[in-house]
Design a protein around this ligand. Structure first.
Ligand code: CTP
Ligand code: CA
Length: 238
């Protein structure tokens, strides 16, 4: 349609981007969530449209004002929980040339969601039982279509044993992605801030290699990542 009619390197390509952060319901009014704003995913969607792509954003709890900054023609599917995100990502996968998992996904969810509001009882605390969520990204990699490019994100901190980059490299392997956007959050930089620093990890033969660190706004970083994606998509041009 009109939004992608200007030719660009991603003209005719379909991108599916998850954005925001999942919320895991406890009862009708409460959830476990995270602070992800969705700015990075939305910035990626804008950069992808600028490169000519058809974009589908699967948005987990994104502020409507932020969603309104998306260019016309971008399809949005709203989700709340990780299980909903998983369902919608798999539904969207069939049409995707590339998938970017920019959403912050809850690792655990309450084992049960009560239909009525949890009551406060007595003077005691409460213990919540949590179960592990599926790894949506790994599931997408397992059902990857031929030539589909799959990209993950990783915010890591280092510790006395391993650097943040070491952890990101291990995550790259574990996830089976084509590219991993690594964000070193050891000394604060990240959540909510407008500036960020990333390295793009990829596999070069047997080794995981990291690009030079790139600093900039989430829009700058998005442009860089879309450039990296363009070269991947071009590699598989039929
Ligand atoms: N991710 C996902 N499903 C999950 C957890 C994470 O799809 N249940 C995706 C995120 O969207 C991101 C990538 O996996 O693109 C890395 O997320 P991260 O939280 O760093 O990885 P985890 O495997 O959860 O490892 P950990 O939190 O223990 O570092
Ligand atoms: Ca996690």
């Amino acid at each position: 349609d009109s939004a992608s009619s200007t030719a660009g390197p991603l003209h005719g390509r379909h991108l599916v981007i998850s954005a925001g952060g999942t919320r895991e319901p406890l009862d009708p009014v409460r959830f476990l969530g995270n602070r992800s704003s969705g700015k990075q995913g939305i910035a990626l969607a804008r950069a992808a449209v600028a490169a000519g792509a058809q974009v589908h954003v699967v948005a987990a709890n994104i502020d409507s004002g932020l969603a309104a900054t998306l260019p016309p023609g971008v399809r949005i599917t709203n989700v709340e929980s990780t299980l909903e995100l998983q369902t919608q990502m798999h539904a969207a996968q069939a049409e995707a040339d590339a998938i970017i998992m920019a959403a912050a996904v809850a690792d655990y969810r309450p084992a049960e969601r009560t239909d009525s509001k949890m009551k406060k009882t007595g003077g005691e605390g409460v213990t919540l039982n949590l179960v592990q969520n599926p790894d949506v990204l790994v599931g997408l990699v397992e059902s990857r279509r031929e030539h589909q490019v799959i990209i993950g994100f990783a915010a890591e901190t280092g510790d006395p044993h391993h650097s943040a980059l070491d952890y990101a490299k291990a995550k790259f392997r574990r996830k089976g992605v084509d590219l991993l956007v690594f964000n070193d959050v050891s000394d604060d930089r990240a959540f909510g801030h407008d500036d960020t620093a990333v390295q793009i990890l990829s596999a070069d033969g047997g080794d995981v290699t990291a690009s030079a660190e790139f600093h900039g706004s989430k829009d700058d970083v998005s442009e860089k990542l879309i450039e990296a994606l363009v070269s991947r998509v071009e590699c598989v041009e039929s």
